[in-house]
Design a protein around this ligand. Structure first.
Ligand code: NCD
Ligand code: ZN
Length: 345
């Protein structure tokens, strides 16, 4: 049987949520990833080092017995974040801060309205060698949702990377050809994460033959040429692009409704779906760099010890997962067959 062994991978962008949900999300990720960058968009958000350390303890308490999974915490940048908040976060070992433009996505109401006004905070991040993680979409009502990432690059991202050349910036969950080109052409302190859904799907998969709410996430799926650009860049093996699932669960009732939430809960099949993509591209030899090397290298963290193994064997993603309180969640690609399977012992 065909198999592939990788140095243990990490997930550089995901949403665990909080409370009882952690009993579902943390084990689902810990089954194959050693570390994960945990997004801070709780309600209320994770604003301070104390908030992050308390959240970290709740995540650690939800790990399966014997798990060595390590959550890497982030702070949520608001209009009220100060350089002192950053200094405290650095002292607490928090590696990164997340920038959401206000109103961009789930629980982003508290986010930044005045980006230029936050420049002293970005200065502090640069000084303390923390990373800035960016949800790169403008939120102006007159900008079409399919153009929001492209416009963000020119209006917001370019000025930041020019002004702070020593600040390491991760352009999260990129979805467009323009984002690929920007990251490739700019300096070495800018990298990007790419999700399984943006590699596997384009907007037809969300809108043709009926609206498919479980393929709805932000930034929204784009047209096929953008999907192809993302696929080409991961197949190229460029170290500026690495794994970040953006696994983002919402209960079924919040996805299948007249105004559904954005987010794909991909943790149940994340590494397997990436393996499928790299296999389709004839680039399985590039999967380990993307999943296990380029992320820690960019963050300045050691690569993991240990390995995981995937075998070429069909299995089916469950149709539904039930939370402890009885609420169902429909996972990403529910009911679909996946050709690669993680070997668990
Ligand atoms: C995320 C969520 O639900 O928290 N949703 C999503 O569609 N990706 C937020 C985000 O990363 O935009
Ligand atoms: Zn996200």
């Amino acid at each position: 049987m065909q198999s592939i062994t990788l140095q243990t991978p990490d997930d550089w962008h995901l949403h665990f949520r909080d409370g009882d949900m952690l009993k579902e999300t943390v084990p689902a990720t810990a089954r194959c990833f050693r570390r994960a960058i945990v997004m801070p968009n709780l309600a209320p958000p994770v604003r301070t080092a104390d908030d992050a350390l308390a959240y970290r303890s709740r995540i650690l308490a939800a790990r399966p017995e014997g798990s060595e999974f390590e959550p890497l915490m982030t702070l949520y940048l608001t209009d009220r974040t100060t350089p002192e908040d950053i200094a405290q976060a650095a002292a607490a070992g928090i590696p990164a801060v997340k920038l959401y433009p206000a109103g961009a996505t789930t629980n982003s109401d508290a986010a930044v309205t005045d980006l230029e006004g936050r420049y002293p905070v970005l200065e502090a991040l640069q000084k303390h060698k923390m990373l800035l993680l960016i949800h790169g979409e403008v939120t102006d009502a007159h900008i079409d949702i399919f153009d929001r990432e492209r416009v963000f690059i020119d209006e917001k991202l370019k000025p930041i990377v020019e002004r702070f050349p020593d600040l390491r910036v991760v352009f999260e969950h990129i979805t467009t050809k323009e984002a690929v080109e920007f990251v490739e052409s700019t300096h070495a302190n800018v990298a990007a994460t790419i999700t399984p859904q943006h590699l596997l799907l384009n907007r037809n998969d969300m809108l043709v033959g009926g609206i498919r709410p479980h393929n709805y996430c932000l930034p929204v799926l784009k047209r096929n040429i953008h999907q192809q650009a993302l696929r080409a860049v991961v197949a190229s093996g460029s170290p500026k692009f690495f794994l970040g699932t953006d696994s983002a669960p919402h209960v079924q009732a919040k996805k299948e409704t007249s105004c559904g939430c954005a987010g794909c809960y991909s943790a149940w099949a994340a590494i397997e779906l990436y393996a499928q993509v790299f296999d389709e591209l004839g680039a399985l030899d590039k999967l380990e760099g993307f999943a296990s090397h380029y992320g820690p290298d960019f963050y300045g963290l050691p690569r993991n010890s240990g390995t995981i193994t995937l075998v070429k064997e069909d299995w089916r993603i469950p149709e539904s997962i039930t939370l402890a309180d009885g609420e169902p969640i429909v996972p990403f690609m529910a009911g679909q067959s996946v050709p690669w399977k993680l070997v668990t012992d």
